[in-house]
Design a protein around this ligand. Structure first.
Ligand SMILES: [Zn+2]
Length: 190
């Protein structure tokens, strides 16, 4: 059955993304298979593929007979609620340019005393929405991630490493001695 809804993606216990869809299950599949946006991995897909933590898709609210616009408004409401502080959503859905300034003001003010509320609401939402999706997609996710980890990357130091051993490779003497120095500095922030 197609579920129209808004949803959150949680990685390692922290909500990283808010979305809306007319087909929840299909959308999960897209996220998990690292779907691309304008030819590049979407930020959230990168996070999902690279993360070793548990990924959870949390259904926020079902919106059975909603239009796309209604779902986007709801999605926006969540994003602007200040409850999800670590989301990587880049664009706020259907926001008019003139709103930016005003909203920012309100948002900053709101945010100050949101922490407690956030914890409470979040705990509740989380508890109520333990979905069977978790199980199904956990396995799929694992395979996908392992595959990605095995991906070979040729480093500018001249050696090849697999994505999964990136951190290790960056600490090897060969890498440190052969990687262009100006770039070496920037890798600390990866
Ligand atoms: Zn290297």
């Amino acid at each position: 059955m197609k579920i129209k809804c808004t949803y959150a993606i949680e990685i390692g216990g922290v909500v990283k993304y808010i979305g809306s869809t007319k087909n929840f299950k299909r959308r999960i599949g897209e996220h998990m298979s690292g779907h691309k946006y304008k030819g590049k991995y979407a930020v959230i897909s990168e996070l999902i593929l690279d993360s070793d933590d548990d990924i959870k898709f949390i259904l926020l609210e079902k919106m059975p007979s909603s239009t796309k616009k209604e779902r986007l408004f709801k999605e926006r409401e969540h994003i602007e609620s200040g409850l999800y502080r670590d989301i990587v959503n880049k664009a706020i859905p259907i926001r008019e340019p003139w709103e930016h300034k005003e909203l920012k003001k309100v948002y900053n003010q709101k945010n100050k005393d949101k922490k407690k509320e956030y914890d409470e609401v979040y705990r509740k939402v989380n508890k109520e929405n333990k979905k069977e999706y978790d199980k199904v997609y956990y396995q799929k996710n694992k395979e996908k991630k392992n595959e990605r980890k095995r991906e070979k990357i040729t480093c500018q130091c001249g050696k090849e490493y697999s994505r999964g051993s990136k951190t290790y490779h960056f600490k090897t003497l060969h890498h440190l001695n052969n990687f262009p120095i100006q770039k070496l500095l920037s890798t600390w922030y990866w």
